[in-house]
Design a protein around this ligand. Sequence first.
Ligand SMILES: [Zn+2]
Length: 569
Amino acid sequence: MARIDNDTINKIKDSLDIVDVISNYVSLTSRGKNYFGVCPFHDDTNPSMSVSKEKQIYTCFSCGASGNVIKFIMDYENISFPEALKKCANMANIHIDINDRAPILNHKELYEIYDLSCKFYQNNLNSKLGHSAKEYLYNRGITDEIIKEFSIGYSLKKRTLLTEFLTNKGYTKKDMLKSGLVLEKDSMFDIYSNRIMFPIKNRNGQVIAFSGRIFDTVDTSKYINSKESEIFKKSEVLYNLDKAKEHARNSGRVIIMEGFFDVIAAYISGIKYAVATMGTAITKEHAAIIKKTAKEVILCFDGDRAGLKATLSCIDELSKVNVEPKIVILEDNLDPDEYLKKYGKEKLKERLENPMGLLDFKLRYRKKDKDLTTSSDMALYVNEMINEINSVNDEIEKEIVLKKLSEESHLDIDFLRGKIKKEEKVAPTNIVKEEHENVCLKAEKHLIYYMLQNKEVIVMYNKKVSYMPDSDMRMLAREISLFYKEYGHIDISEFMNYIIDNEKLSKTLGEVLKQNLKDNYKIEEIEKLIDSIDEYNKKQHLDSLKNKANKTLDSKYLDEILKIRKGEM
Ligand SMILES: [Zn+2]
């Protein structure tokens, strides 16, 4: 990401008071030096978030969310860094020319071409020639309001119109071909002809691709999607996220669907927090975005076999980021669009608002293709369900499903309960090891905490700590050290800007700040922290030598062990 220069960022940050800004969003009460409020970044009713006027940062002692004023706006509003910066500049009444597209300035022409094409297609739909396309949309229950809301357009039959339009606007052949909207054989021509055009936007609402749908013939492929480009990566894009994100934040829910018409059907029924993948299975990138969008994730795919498969793979991908989705299955194997037509919007809304839990869904689909009147299928079913129950965390949900399973299988519930995995007992040697690790990790966190308070601690760290055992802490300490090297001082709030587009580091920083330590310290205390890190490293080294000595019976390892024990190393 192209960085906006640091002085500008600091100027904006310094002209705002974090306490004033956060009070606009969260009610704060002063207690001692700091202010406290209910953290908006996790589900809570206790005031676990502290805001420091002095340091100009906030920290949640429960979930570890932390940052400066820009980070707060970014996360609360769910917007990008440049957008948050712009918002903060406005609040501070500073006029600074921050381009929304700052991080993506390289692709200025591409964004412009897509933006202009979108307007061009919208105009077509409203022209005389767009009449039959519009009729088609009306027949599908898509009103003028919806057409406008989703910027739906129409590509005319004549295949050179967009090419001419863009040429007249002064775009080069190279840019037009790069967009993928224009192709070249003997001459240049539009890729889309006689299709209803659905623009695909990124999370900031910029058009980055189209999906063109046929409507009056059946002989060609139903949809043509723009090819991937520098600004359009299918694996990262969710249709309608730009508009759904705000509704998702307000309701705490997001629904994942399969296609545009499903999202639009949900919108018509009054559910505005639905998004769709671009005809691909959910990717790791999607899962990460979804997790950030809302706490409650609901899947609503087609009721057919393909839809079931998509649901299962989505559950799988989401479980990798610790999200347990809920599921809506519509009757008669209908998709949401068909369901809307058959049962009306009230009914669709009701269905979307009442998803079933993950285990209930599993109870259903594990039954598919099994004949539960036979003992063998029933045994298979019960075993599969026991595995499923073991994979969820919610104890209450587990009990409820166990009860249902017991009723279905006529097996005693206590017998079934006995099959549920007990918490594994940790072997005593592991406990000792874990304790050591915990002591060391705590020391690392504390040390970093004080590195952020005073540069003298950074100097001590640079001189005396050879290795931070925990990789996250190691990276954070390294970054603090780099910041100090570059700017010659340390300031937490400024440092937060330095790492603002690195989610992992920001999270680790949250873990450190969560410690809630006193600000003043004695040098001896710092030395003690460094000693315990050192001791842990030595012990690790010793253990690995012992291991090698045991394996190879080589005396050189034993000599080294003895030396370390005598304190010579
Ligand atoms: Zn929190």
